[in-house]
Design a protein around this ligand. Structure first.
Ligand code: UD1
Length: 417
């Protein structure tokens, strides 16, 4: 079942429960290797990327059980420091095995990670950070080999380019180093705050996550603990866009409005009526055609690159012309050719796309090539005229829990074929 059959011309309206954040849950799972004691996680989304992560941890020797929606993780018996290529190649997040395995075993061999092909996605900043803390690292053709002879030593580390991934790697490694590490130019995403909170629950001493300077006083060991993963802000944004493009009315529940401030500002600009409560967001676009908007992606709190394709879709059916500029990944317009097949009027100019709104999209046989692009094509299918087939749906299954089921509850008609 690798295709979706989507009947178009649907208005998306109703209530949807937002799942736990993929981008927080993945590193938290990998960082659980930093303790030999038991960890319990709640609000972990059911996704193929999470399944791959659990398989990786189990391969290394961890015991993991899901009981009553609580993930019980016991990494005390992990004995391998070399995760297998057939699993690491599936997810970019596997790079987060490097620091915890290195600290746990004094050496680690990690194959270069896989993941969405949205750019070259180097890992130099992860490596550089670990070397600055005292690790010896060599890069072979397709793997990284890292060793430490003595405990890592805390240091001031300036990350040259704001990187979510590198900030997490360094934060994890520094948690068990000797002395204090200061990460400057750190990523400020809510997921970074959640990972710091998780590590602090286990006994780490991390202050300042969410700011561009993070202070980490190394501790000698971490303990067990329980942590609830934050809601997925990208899933929330995706459903809000679903309401906006279909002139619908959707309420996202169990989410965190403050994580989406800049996204909500753009949705207001597009003409949506938005109400927010403590843990919910309602977007009402009934009776209105969205207005085009300009967006430019940048690190948090800027506009998230993971919502760039969905907002471009909004512009394809909006009133005038809107420009999307992608500043994080160099190859994140791969979904555009599929939207053009559906009748969108889009021109790519360097790292921007210019969209001239059309009255409607037409159904097509389209192929998804990456996670957020796939979700965008599914949403496009919900509003296009006729039947759209979306191929390679494993891309969105990596990052959206029960996506088609949730959309069907909102009024879509999507079948797996
Ligand atoms: C994470 C998210 C991804 C999101 C991205 C940016 C996960 C699993 N993935 O990806 O969904 O799109 O943040 O918000 O959490 N870079 C380097 N060298 C490095 C690392 C990164 O040059 O060593 C560059 C990247 O190519 C990119 C930029 O830095 O241009 C930001 O990347 P980064 O924030 O690290 O993204 P990821 O952690 O891969």
């Amino acid at each position: 079942m690798n295709k979706l059959y989507i009947e178009g011309n649907k208005q998306l309206s109703g209530n949807v429960r937002i799942s736990g954040s993929k981008n927080a849950a993945l590193p938290i799972l990998f960082m659980s290797i930093l303790t030999k004691e038991k960890v319990q996680l709640t609000n972990v989304p059911k996704l193929t990327d999470i399944d791959t992560t659990i398989q990786l941890l189990k391969y290394l020797g961890a015991k993991i059980k899901n009981k009553k929606k609580i993930l019980h993780i016991d990494t005390s018996l992990i004995k391998s420091n070399c995760p297998p290529y057939h699993l690491t190649k599936k997810i970019r997040a596997s790079i987060w095995l490097l620091a915890p395995l290195l600290i746990r075993f004094g050496k680690a061999k990690i194959f270069l990670p896989g993941g969405c092909k949205i750019g070259s996605r180097p890992i130099d900043l992860h490596i550089k950070g670990l070397i600055e803390l005292g690790a010896n690292i060599t890069l072979e053709d397709n793997y990284i080999f890292a060793t430490i002879e003595k405990p890592l030593i805390g240091k001031n580390i300036y990350i040259q380019k704001v990187s979510v991934g590198a900030t997490i790697t360094i934060m994890g490694a520094a948690a068990l180093s000797e002395g204090t590490t200061v990460i400057e130019n750190a990523a400020r995403e809510p997921e970074i705050i959640d990972i710091a909170k998780f590590l602090n629950t286990l006994g780490a001493n991390i202050i300042g996550a969410g700011n561009n300077k993070i202070f980490i006083k190394g501790v000698s060991r971490l303990f067990g603990g329980t942590h609830k993963v934050i809601p997925d802000r990208i899933e929330t944004g995706t459903f809000l866009i679903g309401a906006a493009i279909s002139q619908g009315n959707v309420i996202c529940h169990q989410t965190e409005p403050k994580f989406l401030k800049n996204v909500l500002i753009k949705l207001l600009e597009s003409g949506a009526k938005i109400n927010i409560g403590k843990n919910w967001i309602q977007l009402d676009m009934r009776g209105k055609k969205p207005k085009s908007i300009n967006i430019a992606t940048s690190p948090y709190p800027g506009f998230p690159t993971d919502l760039q394709p969905q907002f471009t879709l909004l512009n394809t059916i909006s009133q005038s012309e809107g420009i999307t500029t992608e500043n994080i990944f160099e190859n994140r317009f791969i979904y555009v050719s599929e939207l053009i097949k559906m009748g969108a009027q889009i021109k790519i100019k360097k790292n921007s796309v210019i969209c001239k709104g059309v009255s409607h999209l037409q159904s097509q046989n389209v192929f998804s090539t990456d996670l957020r692009g796939a979700a965008t094509l599914v949403l496009a299918g919900c509003i296009a005229s006729g039947i759209t087939i979306v191929n390679n749906i494993y891309h969105f299954e990596r990052g959206y829990e029960l996506f088609s089921e949730k959309l069907n509850k909102l009024g879509a008609n999507i079948k797996h074929i």
